[in-house]
Design a protein around this ligand. Structure first.
Ligand SMILES: Nc1ncnc2c1ncn2[C@@H]1O[C@H](COP(=O)(O)OP(=O)(O)O)[C@@H](O)[C@H]1O
Ligand SMILES: [Mg+2]
Length: 294
């Protein structure tokens, strides 16, 4: 049998900063596969020549969502794409949090504000303040926290996004994020490993688009309730097959219950440097999906 060819899909920023990328490429090669990083929107790439394309760090998709989703559909038409294009589309808009809540998963309470509809000061009420962020977002871009009573500032932020045609989410600020946000990584549908990280929105009232998204990362052993919540969240993904990779980000609510902050099925950091066995599981899952005939 010929050697399976894997494209590890990235972006300009991913090539420079994605720490998972070289680990994955090297481990796939050590496993006997052909693996190369490929920037997703490189015009000259013939995706047909790969047995599998695994999206790794297409971090700029947020700014060009339509183009990215079109690319995902087209690529899935000529090679195996993971995660599947339909899952990528579903996960690219955090309106899915509303769906999770309706299905009984414990998520951070989220109010969605839509372009063309009015907003009121009450939209920004919250005993511990609120967080305002776009529904299509990554890396804490255009995200800020407002202290209680700062309705006018929060509303100005929301209006700035709404005027650009973007849906907005308003959430209560969850102070127990200070104990660490948990990121649970799943490979092939099974829990693999987890980390905790420091809170990001330490300065209220400021939109800082240069925040370093993962600070204070350390391996973390999740509790049973945390694993249960993450599994329940993943059960809502509209796909008959388990995602190749998934990350469920959790924060503790005021009563200590884990709540889902986001479900990452497109291009999450997988923190494989913190868990060599997790890297092994990931590479094994990629190899298994790259091997069988189309
Ligand atoms: N409701 C919230 N309460 C406390 N912190 C929050 C809240 N929402 C976001 N944050 C902080 O902002 C960061 C980025 O927000 P997140 O919802 O993860 O969006 P994304 O990572 O897609 O930009 C989180 O990692 C967390 O530190
Ligand atoms: Mg996040």
């Amino acid at each position: 049998m010929s050697v399976a060819r894997v494209a590890v899909v990235t972006s300009g920023a991913g090539v420079e900063h994605d720490v998972d990328l070289p680990l994955i490429v090297d481990a796939l090669r050590a496993d006997g596969l052909s693996a190369e990083p490929v920037v997703w929107n490189t015009a000259s790439v013939t995706w047909e020549r790969f047995d599998l394309a695994v999206i790794r760090s297409a971090w700029d998709y947020v700014e060009r969502l339509d183009e990215f989703l079109t690319w995902a559909d087209a690529t899935a038409g000529v090679t195996r794409l993971w995660n599947p294009a339909s899952v990528v589309r579903w996960n690219s808009d955090k309106h899915y949090l509303g769906e999770l809540a309706r299905r009984g998963v414990s998520v951070v309470p989220t109010r969605f504000l839509e372009p063309g509809r009015g907003i009121t000061p009450a939209d920004f009420d919250g005993a511990d303040g609120v967080v305002v962020k776009p529904a299509v977002s990554a890396g804490a871009l255009d995200t800020a926290r407002y202290e209680p009573g700062r309705h006018a500032n929060a509303a100005r932020h929301a209006r700035m996004l709404l005027d650009r045609g973007r849906s907005v989410m308003v959430q209560p600020y969850l102070p127990r994020v200070d104990e660490g946000e948990r990121a649970l990584v799943f490979v092939g549908g099974a829990f693999s490993h987890a980390i905790r990280k420091d809170p990001l929105l330490t300065e209220p009232g400021v939109i800082d688009n240069n925040l370093v998204p993962h600070l204070g990362v350390a391996p973390y052993r999740p509790t049973e309730p945390e694993i249960g919540t993450a599994v329940a969240a993943l059960a809502t993904v509209p796909s008959p097959v388990a995602p190749l990779f998934a990350r469920v980000d959790l924060v503790l609510g005021n009563a200590g219950e884990p709540v889902v902050l986001e479900l990452e099925l497109i291009e999450p950091n997988l923190f494989l440097q913190t868990d060599p066995e997790g890297l092994g599981r990931f590479v094994e899952a990629v190899a298994a999906r790259a091997g069988a005939a189309h």
